[in-house]
Design a protein around this ligand. Structure first.
Ligand code: TRP
Length: 356
């Protein structure tokens, strides 16, 4: 997706993200984070080191955090209807297992928040069809879609995403680069709404992206990590399944292990994975393995992944025993999200002179 990123100035977003990190450390109370995932099944290590870990960190720094299960948005590109309940529950279990704390963070499903969804209508009036048409991430998804026809939701979900973010007036959105075009639409919607209806008092903040600094992990076959490619270790996999996947990982012909992502992407991604789990430096991990070769590397990665995930997997198994837990977490989160969305919708209708 590199073509999307240059257009939208990834390096500017990265520079701004570093400034934001400073501001968060100084005063976490001035930020409200909203972020979320499509419920497409169990989360894997790519999700974990790419974004999930960062969310828990922000929560633990004291930033108020909203975590959205995007159960409407998932209808854009997959035929998940039959499995939706299961996928939503799996996602919430993963959240709880990695340390998202429902007492401090609001976990909710956007389909259960009518006032959030109602924001979509005035928001749609603020963007042109041409703007929706040129969203590079949507174009990419259409190109890779397995559905036979492109749905209206596919074109409009970035505006729905603006409602996800603006309903709670979040000002910080931790995302990957592919989400930058969507965040741009959110900012445009906020700005145009304020210009048209704000009468000098902005109704919405213009939220900013917080890009993760974590380098990209590849799947075990050396391509993008993805559940549907069978090349990802899911957080909830057991130790044996993890060992089997890593044993089958692609490496290269050179025995000596080094960390060189540009020329040895597969080997380097494995080294990086071990380093992330051990909270150490990949160059050092590679040096320690040295002439041990691919087999030693894979043993090291397997051990460090299994050790790292052990407490997460134990928590997940304990939570999964109690089927009511997920329901209760969502009920409480949805209630809170509804109260906030209703208040925002009242403000929106008042600003629009639709206060009857
Ligand atoms: N589009 C995001 C994804 O595919 C999920 C999402 C929906 C989201 N609404 C959001 C992310 C709001 C951040 C903020 O992963």
């Amino acid at each position: 997706m590199s073509s999307t990123t240059d257009v939208l100035g990834t390096s500017a977003a990265q520079a701004r993200s570093r400034e934001l990190e400073e501001l968060i450390r100084k005063d976490p109370g001035q930020f409200r984070v909203l972020t979320g995932d499509r419920p497409t099944g169990r989360l894997h290590l790519g999700h974990y080191f790419g974004t999930l870990h960062n969310r828990v960190r922000l929560q633990d720094l004291g930033v108020e955090t909203f975590v959205l299960v995007a159960d409407y948005q998932v209808l854009t590109d997959r035929d998940v209807a039959e499995n939706l309940t299961e996928y939503v529950e799996e996602l919430v279990l993963d959240y709880l297992a990695i340390g998202i704390d429902p007492d401090r963070s609001t976990i909710f499903t956007h389909s259960a928040v009518p006032a959030l969804n109602q924001l979509l209508l005035p928001f749609l009036s603020l963007v042109s069809v041409a703007e929706l048409n040129r969203n590079p991430t949507v174009k990419d998804e259409i190109a890779h879609s397995r559905q036979s026809a492109v749905s209206g939701l596919m074109f409009t979900y970035p505006v729905h995403q603006a409602a996800d973010i603006l309903f709670c007036r979040a000002n910080l959105v931790p995302v990957g680069q592919d989400q930058l075009p969507h965040l741009e639409i959110t900012r445009t919607v906020a700005r145009r709404f304020n210009d048209r209806y704000g009468h000098g008092t902005p109704v919405f903040p213009q939220p900013e992206a917080l890009l993760s600094t974590a380098p990209l992990l590849l799947g075990t076959d050396g391509t993008k990590m993805s559940k549907s490619r069978g090349n990802a270790v899911s957080l909830s996999a057991d130790a044996d399944e993890t060992a089997r996947l890593i044993r089958g990982a692609k490496t290269d012909a050179e025995r000596h292990i080094s960390y060189d992502p540009a020329t040895r992407p597969e080997v380097s991604s494995l080294v990086l994975l071990a380093a992330l789990c051990e909270e150490t430096d990949p160059v050092q991990v590679a040096a320690e393995i040295g002439d041990g070769g691919g087999a030693a590397l894979k043993r090291r990665v397997t051990d460090s992944v299994n050790a790292y995930l052990a407490p997460i997997r134990a928590r997940r198994a304990a939570y999964a025993e109690d089927r009511r837990l997920v329901r209760d977490v969502l009920r409480a989160g949805n209630e809170r999200a509804n109260a906030i969305a209703e208040a925002t919708l009242r403000d929106v209708r008042a600003a629009m002179n639709a206060d009857y």
